[in-house]
Design a protein around this ligand. Sequence first.
Ligand code: A5P
Length: 229
Amino acid sequence: MKADEGTEAAKRRAAESAVEAVADGMVVGLGTGSTAAHAIRLLGRQVDAGLDIRGVPTSFQARELAREVGVPLAALEDVETLDIAIDGADQVAGLDLVKGGGAAHAREKVIDTAADAFHVVVDETKESDTLDRAVPISVLPVARSTVAARLETLGGDPTLREAAGKDGPVVTDDGHLVLDCDFGSIEDPAVLGQALDELPGVVAHGLFVGLADAIHVGHDSRVDVRQKG
Ligand code: A5P
């Protein structure tokens, strides 16, 4: 099976495993992507059955789905704490992630790190020994070329993400452009992540290093859970 082609059964199992950590009264960060969508749909069914939660969506997509399935929503600025966030990833090595395949990584990083516990849901095709996927980097539109030049000096090969169904680039929910930057195999994600954080014009990047508390890896017939610590 090729990467990114995990079965819906494997994604759903991962989501079911993470949703077990959700309890009455919690505020839940709602992730973006097809695997997190399984978690949102399951939470919707549990709300129908009486579960009392509020969801904080990480994207337009997550918000629309939560509304459709009846998960009550709250804005980040209106909640004091988030108890848990459940979100997907594009690649996982240990507890480190590449995110941003859906260009939602800026809001995802804010909400996932605001939560007391960040649970990642992936299928087995996302697992890797080292992170080597191109890293999505949201930039201020005015800084597109200056950031691209700095990324090249860091050894990266940046490409402006083009939209599908629209001429021109992807524009994120918050009005940023996305550079997908290929660094090859990333030997030290923490060091690279820090270098990216320091680039003027970078809003957020998709390296999530040491942020996850649990990774739920769905297979067709089982789930493996890796916990921090
Ligand atoms: C969104 O920008 C990403 O960070 C997603 O979390 C990621 O693309 C996972 O999506 P899938 O579960 O559909 O692979």
